[in-house]
Write a protein that binds this ligand. Structure first.
Ligand SMILES: *[C@@H]1O[C@H](CO)[C@@H](O)[C@H](O)[C@H]1NC(C)=O
Ligand SMILES: *[C@@H]1O[C@H](CO)[C@@H](O)[C@H](O)[C@H]1NC(C)=O
Ligand SMILES: *[C@@H]1O[C@H](CO)[C@@H](O)[C@H](O)[C@H]1NC(C)=O
Length: 312
């Protein structure tokens, strides 16, 4: 057994899961739908490897022995798992007041995101940007927003989102719903007093991570009423409660259809169904590139420079 390019191999295993088809006909498809199970003999075999030759996959051996084997079989390059470029906090790059910089940041982030997706290390939807207008400096998340000025926040959002989403050559197509997407932006956080004006664009609204669960179980906002759960299913993903709610007439199937249409619309625009060869070709070499590190430094410099307000 020679040394194998382990990282690439592990990535391949993940990618095979990421690109799995809906078909359930082969047991391999079922097995490889498990993202978190690297030491799967069937998957090893499908790539021509014999899993028993890899002690790191032996469950009878202590973790430290398995880890020694794993680390020892990797080259230095393989051990340096790519990490995305770290850009300055948004409040800093917002202070550059430079719209093309904001767009460039979105483009760099979406390219790295697509590369990470190709490597099986990320999904395709990202919860960015945070465009809440800062009202109170005591809020702990002010630094990840463009600040307190509505005008700046709006312009930041337009440019950053364009950078994230725009597929080259399709920026001007008039029908927004038919535009392909590089990465779908998720402008957060929707608040009760936000004005609902989507200009005819099909979108979906998601709860903030586990907030619904926290609202119900943590804050006990809805008490223990079953009614509470009915509210929850309207906007969330608890399959246990969806069917009963439909049966009780609390949720209309047409509303579920609408939500399902919006979700799949985004997937289709992402090329999830048709493939995106140009993005699929992105990989490790497109993550944390020299060019993106320079962009990050530039973004930091531009923000700091403007804060000084020299002759401006
Ligand atoms: C796994 O490790 C145990 C304990 O060292 C050993 O007996 C067994 O042969 C190993 N299995 C494989 C497939 O190498
Ligand atoms: C804005 O940022 C870009 C980099 O994206 C830079 O090339 C340009 O010079 C900046 N514009 C100003 C006015 O500083
Ligand atoms: C959903 O139903 C399953 C099976 O009955 C149960 O194990 C699980 O705890 C339920 N989930 C919630 C959130 O109640």
């Amino acid at each position: 057994m020679g040394r194998v390019n382990l990282l690439v191999f592990l990535a391949l295993l993940s990618v095979s899961t990421a690109t799995r088809t809906i078909s359930k006909s082969s047991s391999l498809t079922r097995a490889s739908s498990d993202f978190n199970h690297v030491c799967n003999a069937e998957k090893f075999a499908s790539y021509g490897f014999e899993m028993s030759l890899y002690p790191f996959c032996n469950k009878s051996v202590p973790y430290n022995v398995r880890l020694r084997d794993l680390v020892d079989s990797m080259t230095v390059e393989e051990k340096t798992i790519p990490g995305a470029t770290s850009f300055p906090t948004v409040i800093l790059s917002a202070a550059s007041f430079n719209e093309s910089l904001w767009k460039s940041l979105g483009q760099a982030v979406s390219t790295e995101a697509r590369a990470m997706y190709s490597l099986g290390m990320a999904g395709l939807t990202f919860w960015s940007p945070n465009i809440n207008v800062v009202r109170d400096p005591r809020w702990g998340r002010a630094l990840e927003t463009p600040g307190e000025d509505l005008f700046v926040v709006g312009h930041y959002a337009v440019n950053y989102v364009t950078g994230l989403q725009e597929v080259e050559g399709h920026g001007n197509s008039r029908d927004l719903n038919s535009r392909p997407l590089k990465v779908p932006a998720c402008c957060k956080h929707y608040a009760a007093y936000d004005v609902d004006n989507w200009l005819g664009v099909d979108r979906y609204i998601v709860s903030d991570r586990d907030s619904i669960e926290v609202l119900v179980h943590g804050h006990k906002w809805l008490g223990d009423s079953k009614e509470g759960w009915i509210w929850v299913v309207v906007i969330t993903i608890y399959p246990n409660f969806t069917m009963p709610a439909v049966k009780m007439g609390k949720v209309r199937e047409s509303d579920i259809d609408k939500a399902s249409f919006y979700l799949h619309n985004v997937l289709m625009r992402l090329g999830f169904f048709d493939g995106s060869p140009a993005y699929a070709a992105l990989g490790k070499d497109d993550v944390c590139t020299k060019q993106n590190i320079e962009l990050a430094i530039d973004a930091a410099r531009q923000g700091i420079h403007d804060n000084k307000n020299d002759n401006r």
